[in-house]
Each structure stands twice: as structure tokens, then as C-alpha cells.
Design a protein around this ligand. Structure first.
Ligand SMILES: Nc1ncnc2c1ncn2[C@@H]1O[C@H](COP(=O)(O)OP(=O)(O)O)[C@@H](O)[C@H]1O
Ligand SMILES: [Mg+2]
Length: 368
């Protein structure tokens, strides 16, 4: 019998703010706690970023699925320690890496560099390559690429200093949404993110630039429905049933957007009032157009294996791409799997497909 294939699930333990400064979630005792405990800790102290600790559950969901398929698995926490990581790879020589690393040393730009290490070592890994990961993290550059290639996305400007904004030269229409330019998972998005006039735009932009110490993206607000398009595979990629965020449960005066609280803070009005629905009920022609736009964006950014494209529909039902998420959240309860399950695949089947793409690349590489 041939050796079972060894899949190493590689992730980087997130850090949380504690009384002793920033510590790995594991050291801070977050790892073994129930999710509800993190939510209350986050609410009480504002110290834990729930969008980051999600990986703790995610890697275990993935390991169970891979084991059920019959792969040999190991989980490795990089702990921001490159030497230890390289020693691990040398000692274990995994056949394939299931890549869950989103940052190193709290810096998301290293997501692409870690994928670069796999490339340099010639190890096959799941998900997108370094260029795609880096490019999609840069939302403004991504939007430029979309625009250049005729894929609709909202008008925007990148603003590094709010005092440089000029009402005369704005050439954008209100309302405008103000976002950090290099965060994800709705970090920096709250009920005050949408502004309706120039003085508020300057104020909010200044707030975001100072808070995140990065440029803000100011973007025309697309008023309308919000859709997530999950895509799986490569030759050709398959667009799964469209998922929609239903905002109808939000109080009337709340903006209809996915804020940080809506995404992560169980128990808030935002969380309770925004529900994922799949499949989205859309006129057939709109469904086709949305899927086509999402697929074009996936191919343009050279996404690989799996990705999620976030889209807003204007009131006229025209799709605008908000962003492309290569390597999106793969926890069992994440939005990606609403589409997977509606399509008719189980969690384990989809994880099996994703890892299968990387296994095939390994076989191709060995042949060549
Ligand atoms: N131009 C826009 N028009 C309408 N809503 C937007 C726009 N940009 C962002 N949003 C809202 O903000 C949320 C987060 O923005 P997004 O660009 O997807 O960043 P993130 O990477 O944090 O998910 C979106 O899910 C959407 O609800
Ligand atoms: Mg998004």
C-alpha cells in the first residue's frame, strides 16, 4: 500500500491585547475557551479581534474533514517564528500544505510572503499564490485593475491625509463610505462609516487614517442588495449558488452594510439583523450577470482553488464588485459554505476538493 498523503495545516496563532501587552491567543488562554467567551471578552475589553481568532476553530474543522477523507494530517502554528517553521518543514516534509496563514507578526502583507516561501521550497499548497494574495489585500490597486478591465466597481479615491481632500476636486457623489485601505473582515466599518456631506467625509477619513495608520478608501456608496459569490476550482472554476446578506432585520435607522459588529459580535442588533441567505432570489438575467462579473474578477486576479467575490447591486440591479477575497474563511459556519451546501456538497467534500487541487499540482510537479 502506498504511503498516505500528509497534509500539514499551517496557520499563525493570532495575538490578542492583554494586561501584559500583546500575547498569542493560546498564551492568553483564548484557545480553549468557547466562542461565546471571546465575544463577551471582545465586548467588555475591546481587546480581542474576533475576526482573527476565528482561525482557531477553522483549523480544527479542516483537520476533521481531512482525516475523514483519509489524509494524514498535522497542524502547525507558525507563532511568528520563521526559523521554527523552516525546521518543521525540513523535519516533517509534508506532501501538501493547507494554507491558513493570513499574517505574520500581525502584518497581513506577510500573507503573500509566506506563500512565497512555499513556492521557493517547491511545496504544493492550497489557495492563491503570493501575487494574488498581495494584490487583493490592496483594495485600491484591485479596484484599479477591475476598472481598467471593465469590471464595474464603485468610484473611489485613496486618501492618505484627510486635509488633502478638496470639495471642488472630489468628483464623487454622496453618500460615500469610508474604509481602511488594507484591512479585511469589516475591520473599521461601523454605523458611522457612511457620510452624506463634505465636512463629515473629512472628519471620518481623518478618524480612519489616524486609527489604522493607513490610507483610507473613500468610495461611492452603492445602495442596494449585498451578494457573496463563492467560487471553487480552476479548470474551469465553478461559480456556486449566490448568497445574499439580508438586512431586513436591522432597525430602520441603521445603515444596510456589514459592519464589524454585524459580522462578529453575536448578540448585537447588527449581528442579529443581518442574516446570510442562500440561494439569493434574483431575476435570472441578474443572476447570470452577477456570476459572470464574479468569475471575471476571479480570473483577472488569478485566484486559485477557492475565493469569494463580494458584490453590491445598485437599485437598477447592476453589480459592482466590492472586493475579492482569495483564501476566504473556511470555518464550517462561514458564508463560503452556505453556497457550498446549497450547491449540494458537504463540508468535507468541499475541503476535499480544495486540498485535491493542491495534491494534483504536486503530482504534476513530480511528473515534470
Ligand atoms: N461601495 C460600497 N457600497 C455599499 N456598501 C459598501 C461599499 N463598500 C463597502 N461596503 C459595505 O462594507 C462592508 C465591508 O466592506 P469590504 O470592502 O467588503 O471590506 P472587508 O474586507 O472589511 O469585508 C461590505 O460588506 C458592505 O456591506
Ligand atoms: Mg468584504
Amino acid at each position: 500500500m502506498s504511503q498516505p498523503i500528509h497534509i500539514a495545516i499551517i496557520y499563525n496563532e493570532p495575538t490578542v491585547e492583554t494586561d501584559n501587552g500583546r500575547e498569542f491567543a493560546f498564551n492568553a488562554g483564548v484557545e480553549h475557551a468557547h466562542h461565546g467567551v471571546w465575544v463577551s471578552a471582545a465586548r467588555e475589553h475591546g481587546k480581542i479581534d474576533l475576526s482573527e481568532v476565528g482561525v482557531i476553530e477553522e483549523k480544527e474543522d479542516i483537520q476533521s474533514a481531512l482525516r475523514a477523507i483519509g489524509y494524514e494530517t498535522s497542524i502547525f502554528n507558525m507563532s511568528d517564528d520563521l526559523d521554527r517553521f523552516l525546521a518543521y518543514l525540513k523535519a516533517m516534509q509534508p506532501d501538501v500544505i493547507f494554507n491558513m496563514v493570513e499574517s505574520l507578526g500581525d502584518d497581513a502583507i506577510h500573507e503573500m510572503h509566506v506563500a512565497g516561501i512555499y513556492e521557493l521550497l517547491g511545496i504544493s499548497y492550497t489557495g492563491s499564490g503570493p501575487l494574488t494574495l498581495g494584490m487583493c489585500l490592496n483594495k485600491a490597486r484591485t479596484k484599479e485593475m477591475l476598472m481598467f478591465n471593465g469590471i464595474p466597481t464603485a468610484n473611489f479615491k485613496l486618501v492618505g491625509d484627510a486635509s488633502t481632500l478638496s470639495e471642488q476636486h472630489l468628483e464623487m457623489s454622496f453618500p460615500i463610505i469610508v474604509k481602511p485601505s488594507a484591512e479585511d473582515a469589516s475591520v473599521g466599518i461601523d454605523n458611522n462609516s457612511i457620510v452624506y456631506n463634505f465636512p463629515d467625509l473629512v472628519k471620518r477619513t481623518d478618524f480612519i487614517v489616524k486609527k489604522f495608520r493607513e490610507a483610507a478608501i473613500i468610495e461611492e456608496y452603492i445602495e442596494g442588495r449585498e451578494l457573496n459569490v463563492a467560487i471553487i476550482g480552476n479548470n474551469p472554476p465553478l461559480v456556486l449558488p449566490i448568497s445574499e446578506i439580508d438586512f431586513s432585520g436591522l432597525p430602520a435607522d441603521y445603515p444596510k452594510i456589514v459592519t464589524y459588529d454585524a459580522k462578529w459580535m453575536d448578540g448585537t442588533k447588527e449581528f442579529e439583523g443581518t442574516k446570510g441567505v442562500c440561494p439569493a432570489m434574483l431575476p435570472l438575467d441578474v443572476e447570470h450577470e452577477v456570476k459572470d462579473v464574479a468569475l471575471r474578477a476571479y480570473k483577472l486576479m488569478a485566484c486559485r482553488d477557492y475565493a469569494r467575490v463580494d458584490i453590491r447591486l445598485s437599485k437598477q440591479m447592476k453589480p459592482y464588485v466590492l472586493e475579492i477575497n482569495p483564501n476566504p474563511d473556511l470555518s464550517d459556519d462561514a458564508g463560503y459554505f452556505r453556497s457550498v451546501k446549497t450547491y449540494g456538497l458537504s463540508y468535507a467534500e468541499a475541503i476535499g476538493k480544495i486540498v485535491g487541487f493542491a495534491v494534483d499540482r504536486r503530482i504534476e510537479k513530480k511528473r515534470s
